[in-house]
Design a protein around this ligand. Sequence first.
Ligand code: FDA
Length: 309
Amino acid sequence: MLRSTLLAASRSPRARAVVENLPPTRAITKRFVAGDALPSAMAVCNELVASGRHVTLDHLGEDTLDASQAAATVQAYEKLLAALKKTGLATGAEVSVKLSAVGQFLPAGGEKIALDNARRICEAAADAGTTVTLDMEDHTTVDSTLGIARELRADFPWLGVVLQAYLHRTEADCRDFAGAGSRVRLCKGAYKEPASVAFQTKHDVDEAYVRCLEVLMAGDGYPMPASHDPRMIAHAGRLAECHSRKNGDFEYQMLYGIRPEEQQRIVADGGTMRVYLPYGQEWYGYFMRRLAERPANLTFFLRALATRS
Ligand code: FDA
């Protein structure tokens, strides 16, 4: 119930206006977001890479209905990738892109615009010597996103995709995307989805995650289990061993600000850990999804508000 309310609020302009105008929001979002602009994102990225972790940077933004905003997002990624190249961080850091931020929902030819814009970002990544992963948004976008990924992979075979275990279709998508060289980030899924397309209970989502993980780990691709769940992390480790996958044949991923000690433990044990690092001014939707995931995150937010007001 609370999760549904927070996820509904994540797409409500009225709720957004209220939360964005709370006085201490910047200090509070800092736990999950690496600042408003490129310099702060680069500083945090540098720290994470120096600690042995890998990074995927996300320039925050989603659901744009404005072509000039989509073009500005592409430019922000081009600047980011040029900075990664210049500082030598491109060996440890890639980028994550939401197609809805680069035009997928634009009324006239949105899908083609998103494809062209994502291609420009892939070209900049190739020039920097790094990779791109396409984030996955709500279920209405999955066919379009996977279609764009297939087209881009003809030229950029290293392009990663995200699959969400909570969708009924995803086990089959995992089979389609488990081929050689295919980079797949497997997450549970963060959007409010109807029972017609997605498992609704934590138990069912967790079981689906395990099934999907088994398909990816048994395949020929490069699985990227993205979860903070100790049971999923342990199971990924066991499956990797069972399929003789060594460090470098798969990687763990977590979100910035969540279980940093566990991130470090995985690195200390010789695993590859990539941290999803968002930055930029459009933090609202991302931040609300994090609050919806875990009551403790909401408590943290409310406590911080109380101590600052
Ligand atoms: P879940 O939220 O079920 O938590 C399970 C357990 O993990 C908890 O019981 C607890 O033990 C532990 N845990 C979780 N949070 C914790 C915390 N703050 N502190 C301590 N322990 C904690 N989603 C999407 O729809 N599209 C996308 O493109 C992406 N991309 C993405 C990238 C990366 C790198 C990650 C890690 C996640 C995503 N997600 C996503 C989000 C994802 O779908 C999901 O909502 C969150 O990761 C939360 O799910 P968990 O698997 O962590 O488990």
